[in-house]
Design a protein around this ligand. Structure first.
Ligand code: SAM
Length: 273
């Protein structure tokens, strides 16, 4: 499953949060703890069941891949992939394999999977539309694609300072090649990849300082590194903490959008007109 498939995708695009240290492991474990329930609901609604062959891209700490392996049982199989396998080394299931795979440059087998999924990956990639087209082509007839990505549009529910902070965050993201407004674009992208659009949902968790979601966003602001300062101020973490002071109201910034698309039965996915 290696080998560049097209020069346009071979452009270097470093993953901004690339880090194999304990802090990043903790951040991804917290992300998994908070987003697994909605992701699992979307996978179940998409028809995940015993015997299916599944692929996950950008598996992170592998909690979803391990859970899917338990659901598909001994007659099914799960392939967990990532560009960074450091957090997947402990993943052990008889029906689960782990492989290094860069979704931008490595080939995916065509028509090979009943279910393909990824979470919090596409918004980090240039031209996510073309990645989704390739994920659609990896599906068997009737196969299902389940995507889950954030969208910072929910910041409109906060006060002006809060909105300013997350607007600056999104502008920093644009410069770093990250689209923090990707979530709401997914239904159109899935349709354009030739899939029938199924359930679309968005969960908007409210958070305050010290709450698990607050801690996830605080650690993500910290992980963004010094480049963020020119957008937010000299100390972005202190700025975030001042917005989430103990006496402040709970607030929200990201909606987590899940989208399900299904390949036609018996025909290959084709681009919608
Ligand atoms: C924000 S983390 C999400 C991890 C996991 N999906 C989750 O939601 O818990 C993004 C993951 O995508 C991986 N990643 C980044 N660029 C990638 C690429 N081009 N191909 C495959 N995986 C990639 C990163 O190594 C990281 O594990």
């Amino acid at each position: 499953m290696t080998g560049a498939f097209s020069p346009e995708h071979a452009l270097p695009h470093p993953y901004v949060f690339a880090d194999s240290g304990r802090r990043e492991r903790d951040r991804l474990q917290l992300l998994a703890r908070l987003t697994d329930p909605a992701h699992q609901r979307a996978l179940r609604a998409g028809g995940l069941r015993a015997g299916l062959r599944c692929l996950e891209l950008g598996s992170g700490t592998g909690t979803i891949a391990a859970w899917m392996a338990d659901q598909v049982g001994p007659r099914g199989h799960v392939l967990a992939t990532d560009i960074n396998l450091s957090f997947l080394s402990d993943l052990r299931r008889p029906n689960l394999s782990v492989r290094e795979l860069d979704v931008l440059t490595d080939e995916l087998p065509r028509g090979a999977f009943d279910l393909v999924t990824c979470r919090a990956l596409l918004h980090h990639l240039p031209r996510p539309e073309s990645v989704v087209e390739r994920l659609a082509k990896a599906l068997r007839p009737n196969g299902v694609l389940v995507l889950m990505e954030p969208d910072a549009g929910a910041a409109v529910f906060g006060g002006p300072e809060h909105q300013r902070f997350w607007s600056a965050w999104c502008r920093w993201g644009q410069g770093a090649g990250i689209d923090f407004r990707l979530g709401h674009k997914l239904p159109r992208i899935v349709r354009r990849a030739g899939l029938d659009l199924g359930d679309v949902t968005m969960e908007v968790p409210f958070y305050s300082g010290g709450s698990p979601w607050g801690e996830l966003y605080r650690s993500t602001v910290r992980a963004a590194g010094p480049g963020l300062s020119s957008w937010i101020g000299p100390d972005p973490v202190a700025e975030f903490e001042s917005l989430t002071a103990p006496d402040s109201h709970p607030m929200c910034s990201f909606g987590w959008v899940t989208v399900c698309g299904r390949a036609a039965s018996g025909t290959k996915a084709v681009r919608a007109r």
